[in-house]
Design a protein around this ligand. Structure first.
Ligand SMILES: C[S@@+](CC[C@H](N)C(=O)[O-])C[C@H]1O[C@@H](n2cnc3c(N)ncnc32)[C@H](O)[C@@H]1O
Length: 428
């Protein structure tokens, strides 16, 4: 869920008060005079369609009400700002025609507002009336609202947290990101602005239930459409290798909704824990095999098991969603597939580009690591992550490595915090 907030002026008088104090001063109690129409009962359906966007839009107030003076009619409340002088310029031609052709009576009507009748955005406008038009948004993760406050909003962070909490009944915890995502597990520091200090949450995506601790693992609700897109590409007979599976937003729905066997891996022990738990919750534990390894070692263990009595796993779809460095991990494939008789898998590899031609650039990044040309099935733009920085997904069949000169393989070591240290073989 997203909401638009306003940037907050530094000299704001109410900044040091709590929401309860602001409410107790009657800040939200006001009378508003509206223009209303007296409409025959049977016409209300048609009117509702033609007046979309012109009816009163306030929480907990219905725009169409009984007309106490006439049981055959309803009183239709128009949006604030519309009055007898402005109506003909504000309304659409269709809406105006409906009034004139049916000779609908206009009347003034007063409503009494209180805190309940303000949306989050309206409360913020009321509390910070001299604000500039700057957007802030929050992401909803189960019961948690996650906000990235800008520097100039920070003096008001508690009040903003209280407002989000008060206006969104399903939200129980409001958190602000502190610092950037820096560690390898893609988790970040956060502070609780309002509500319970509880990060264990549950949500639904792709018809599956996901349980996790938002402090301990990576989750991004903005990737829902992308998760669903990739899930829909799979066929029942596919065998999936999910190298950076997180808590399973690709793996679990692919197993549950499509019926595939999935080999799902994540280096973060807590992601691995919730991956297993989510496989159980969604009753796909027999289809989702979970691993807690570095992604390169994971792929090696499937293709060339160290135990000679074990058969290699012949997967035909690979998902690599670690956009900051997934492309580097492609270097695991040339060695393994050089003389292997295994069928070439389709790889869905994520990455970032800041180039003017991002689609071309990301393909070049991949070809540089693999040391050979690829023939993409699709290069998909996922989302803007920053101004001029795009996240993309390239789907391609792993090429044959005849005469290929892959980049020098990089060795990766991970310390106990999940922070990675990369060094090439040449540096050793
Ligand atoms: C961007 S998240 C994506 C998670 C999940 N696929 C999703 O879409 O939400 C990347 C994941 O890769 C994991 N990871 C990072 N480095 C890894 C490595 N070397 N091997 C395996 N997993 C790794 C992180 O713990 C994190 O869960």
């Amino acid at each position: 869920m997203e909401a638009t907030f306003k940037s907050i002026p530094k000299d704001e008088a109410m900044k040091s008060e709590s929401l309860e104090e602001i409410k107790s001063k009657g800040t939200f109690n006001e009378s508003v005079e509206l223009l209303a129409l007296r409409v025959p009962n049977q016409m209300c359906g048609t009117l509702q369609k033609k007046f979309k966007g012109f009816l009163l839009d306030r929480p907990k107030i219905k725009p169409i009400n009984e007309d106490k003076n006439d049981p055959q009619r309803r009183l239709v409340l128009l949006r604030e700002g519309i009055n007898k002088d402005t109506i003909s310029t504000v309304l659409s031609k269709d809406a105006m025609d409906l009034i004139t052709s049916n000779n609908l009576e206009m009347t003034n009507h007063t409503i009494n507002l209180n805190f309940d009748n303000f949306s989050t955005d309206q409360v913020l406008k009321k509390v910070f009336p001299t604000s500039n038009e700057v957007q802030t948004s929050f992401e909803t993760i189960g019961h948690i609202a996650h906000i990235n406050l800008r520097e100039d909003n920070l003096p008001h962070k508690k009040l903003i947290g209280e407002i989000i909490l008060a206006k969104n009944p399903r939200i129980k915890t409001v958190v602000n990101k502190v610092g950037q995502i820096e560690n390898q597990f893609r988790t970040f520091q956060m502070e609780v602005l309002a509500g319970e200090d509880n990060f264990e949450t549950e949500l639904k995506e792709s018809n599956c239930l996901f349980h996790f601790n938002f402090r301990e693992v990576y989750w991004n609700s903005r990737l829902q459409t992308e998760h669903e897109r990739v899930v829909s590409l799979m066929k029942k007979e596919d065998v999936i290798c999910d190298m950076f599976a997180g808590i399973g937003p690709f793996s679990i729905p692919i197993a549950k909704n499509i019926g595939c066997t999935v080999h799902a891996n994540d280096l973060n022990p807590r992601s691995f824990f919730y991956l297993q738990k989510n496989a159980q919750i969604n009753k796909v534990q027999s289809k989702v095999k979970c691993y807690n390894m570095d992604a390169r070692k994971f792929v090696e263990s499937l293709v060339k098991p160290s135990d000679p009595s074990q058969k290699p796993v012949s997967f035909n779809q690979v998902i690599m969603n670690l956009p900051a460095s997934a492309i580097e991990f492609l270097d695991v494939f040339p060695d393994l597939f050089q003389d292997s008789s295994l069928k070439r898998p389709i790889i869905h590899c994520y990455g970032f580009s800041k180039d003017d031609d991002p689609k071309k650039d990301i393909v070049l990044q991949i070809e540089e690591i693999l040391g050979t040309q690829i023939f993409p099935i699709r290069v998909h733009e996922v989302r803007d992550v920053a101004p001029k920085k795009l996240m993309l997904c390239v789907s391609f069949e792993l090429p044959y490595f005849v005469n290929a000169k892959p980049m020098k393989r990089k060795q990766e070591s991970t310390d106990s915090n999940g922070d990675k240290k990369l060094k090439s073989k040449e540096e050793e």
